[in-house]
Design a protein around this ligand. Structure first.
Ligand code: COA
Length: 388
């Protein structure tokens, strides 16, 4: 594909607070984020040609399926509205579907959103539901959980590369620090390495504070054709690269437990399309469902050599003010992880950074950003590159 033609503009972003929303249902959250995005883009609802809604498990979590039509119904529009599912990468994939629909010439202005309402069920029920994203026969049926799967990856990384338990804890400490500056974050408290190490064991070596939480929330973006973006805003942000790749559902079938090949393939495709390399990226939101996931992302996205991610993190490179700030939003760990919304929230954060609107967590002079959204234990990866 001709790189120069691969540009779609983001002209609006909308978020709800992430966390427990006892007083709001899934539809309220989805509409709130959508209305915020439309308001931010200063467009009228009737200008939207289509919608793509990322959601993993509304049927099991809330009993409600048919989300595309539900959202169209709530806003009183008859436009095409499509639900997109790829487990925790549902949001990233909805974004990709929206931008491909614009690039195909089918649509001019598209709303892409993500929503999930998880806290109405017990953590046990949520854990079982989430395992639908893994290999049910080979993993779920055997009693594995997502914390268990990522714990296996963590153990192997520690064994093969000398990664220390503390390296993982530092990721959580950093993400809580970033979230303390993000008003929509679920956990805005700062924590220490010692607290992470001493928190309740979930799946050895991962403790409670290595895990993303169970969350409610929604996020939305308004995308449009590059050539009409300036009609709506003086500071559009452009999506200049998009990559998606798949891998085995089951961890046991993988060539390696210490890297996600889908991330490597999706990111290389996105870098190539954007004509950039890791050294050009100023800010990145990665899929830190568990701390080990962020450590592997540091390596798989090409910011550190394989096995050197722990050292790279220990040197402070991924902190705000460091060489390449990771997860300024607080990441999944501290901002929260309403699974279908996460990929869109990541894009909202990067757009805020590139617009210079990220307040206390602003990365100075950020011009190029990236998002990395993963489904399951790495069976889907979606990567996008954004430019001012
Ligand atoms: N980080 C920080 N604090 C957390 C937390 C987390 N991940 N999860 C829960 N808490 C807090 C709660 O706010 C609560 O605090 P409070 O007592 O002050 O109100 C306390 O810990 C206990 O909460 P509870 O809901 O009972 O926790 P739990 O032990 O039932 O669940 C996990 C904790 C880690 C098992 C659960 O959050 C989980 O399954 N996370 C992973 C989700 C996942 O797999 N996502 C998909 C990834 S691919």
């Amino acid at each position: 594909m001709d790189n120069s033609k691969f540009r779609v503009a983001v002209i609006g972003i909308g978020l709800t607070k992430f966390g427990e929303h006892w007083e709001k249902g899934l539809r309220n959250l989805a509409i709130e984020a959508g209305v915020n995005a439309v308001t931010d883009a200063k467009i009228e609802g009737k200008e939207i040609d289509a919608m793509y809604i990322g959601n993993m498990a509304s049927g099991r979590l809330t009993g409600q399926e048919h989300l595309g039509a539900l959202v169209a119904d709530q806003i009183g529009m008859n436009i095409p509205a499509t639900r997109v599912e790829a487990a925790c990468a549902s949001g990233g994939l909805a974004l990709r579907q929206g931008l491909l629909s614009i690039l195909s010439g089918q649509h001019n202005v598209v709303l892409v959103g993500g929503a999930e309402k998880m806290t109405d069920m017990s953590v046990d029920q949520v854990t079982t539901t989430l395992m639908g994203a893994a290999d049910e026969e080979w993993e779920g049926f055997q009693g594995l959980t997502f914390p268990g799967l990522y714990a296996l990856m963590a153990r192997r990384h520690m064994h093969d590369y000398g990664t220390r338990r503390e390296h993982l804890a530092m990721i959580s400490v950093k993400n809580h620090e970033h979230a303390s500056m993000n008003p929509i974050a679920q956990f805005q408290n700062k924590i220490t390495v010692d607290q992470v190490l001493k928190s309740t064991m979930v799946a050895d070596p991962l403790t409670l504070l290595d895990c993303s939480p169970v969350s409610d929330g929604a996020a939305a973006l308004i995308l449009c054709r590059e050539d009409i973006a300036k009609k709506y805003t003086d500071n559009p942000v452009y999506i200049v690269g998009s990559g998606q790749a798949s891998d085995t559902l089951a961890l046991a079938q993988r060539k390696s437990l210490t890297r996600l090949d889908a991330t490597i393939m999706a990111s290389r495709a996105a870098y190539k399309q954007a004509g950039v390399a890791p050294k050009d990226i100023n800010v990145v939101e990665v899929h830190d469902c568990f701390t080990i996931a962020e450590l592997m992302a540091v390596e798989d996205l090409g910011f550190a050599e394989k096995g050197k991610g722990g050292k790279f993190i220990e040197e402070g490179n991924t902190k705000l003010g460091g060489k390449i700030p990771f997860n300024t939003s607080g990441g999944l760990k501290a901002c929260g992880h309403p699974v279908g919304a996460t990929g869109i929230k990541q894009a909202c954060e990067v757009v805020m950074q590139l617009r210079g609107e990220a307040g206390a967590r602003q990365v100075k002079g950020a011009e190029i950003g990236m998002t990395h959204n993963v489904g399951g234990s790495g069976a889907t990866a979606v990567v996008h590159v954004f430019k001012k």
